[in-house]
Write a protein that binds this ligand. Structure first.
Ligand code: CDP
Length: 217
């Protein structure tokens, strides 16, 4: 079973995808980490002429060893860098095969990102699109960063998230929208446990419908 989980910055899609992967015993890929690793590799070059070429080279040579420094990868500034390299078509193309192979491994997988249901796995068995309003998303990300000892400027973080949302939505190579057959889950008013229960219910319903059986009540 392939489960595609998409949604905007800090919507909770990563936590939900990890929870679904645990629940169904499937491997999980946070595809945002790939873009973040490319962004990190070209940090400091954003305003230079070689930015695109360097980002494409970094995407083409990306391997698992670039995904280990989670502290640097998940920093808020790295998210902004990631959204800058994510608008480069050749970067997306270079990262496609890795994501596609992960998704199509025997037994299936859970992938989260922005274009999983639209571009990477249009054939996914279940697609979820996670939403939450921008203030709730900022607060969640702030608490995540504070939990690991970082000092958070909430005003700056809110603007970073809005800046990323805007760039992502305009990404001409993206496919950053809710797939027609995706199930929308708005988690603004939900804690992690409630959101995971709701996501599992959606997956169970989709599985039952696919099997041609009764919808679970
Ligand atoms: O965790 P958060 O939602 O804040 O970000 P992320 O999923 O790690 O993604 C960081 C950035 O990478 C996004 O703002 C997108 O610009 C880009 N991205 C993408 O283009 N395609 C994906 N499948 C995943 C992320």
């Amino acid at each position: 079973m392939i489960i595609a989980v998409d949604g905007p910055a800090a919507s909770g899609k990563g936590t939900l995808a990890a929870g679904l992967a645990r629940h169904y015993g499937l491997p999980h890929l946070d595809t945002g980490l790939l873009y973040r690793a490319v962004g990190l590799a070209v940090a400091g070059k954003e305003d230079g002429p070689a930015f695109e070429t360097a980002a494409i080279a970094a995407a083409e040579s990306l391997d698992a060893s670039h995904l280990t420094d989670l502290e640097a990868l998940t920093a808020a500034d790295t998210g902004v860098l990631a959204s800058k390299v994510a608008v480069i078509a050749q970067v997306r193309a270079a990262l496609f095969d890795f994501q596609r192979s992960f998704a199509t491994q025997p037994g299936g997988a859970v992938l989260d990102g922005r274009d999983i249901g639209t571009r990477i796995c249009p054939d996914a068995d279940v697609k979820l699109f996670i939403q939450a309003d921008s203030k709730a998303r900022m607060e969640r990300r702030a608490q995540q960063l504070e939990a690991r000892g970082e000092t958070v400027d909430r005003y700056k973080l809110f603007h970073q998230i809005e800046e990323r949302d805007a760039r992502d939505m305009l990404n001409p190579h993206g496919g950053f929208y809710q797939a027609e057959d995706a199930h929308l889950l708005d988690t603004t008013q939900m804690g992690i446990e409630a959101a995971l229960r709701a996501a599992i219910a959606i997956v169970e319903k989709a599985k039952a419908l696919k099997a041609g059986g009764q919808e679970p009540s």
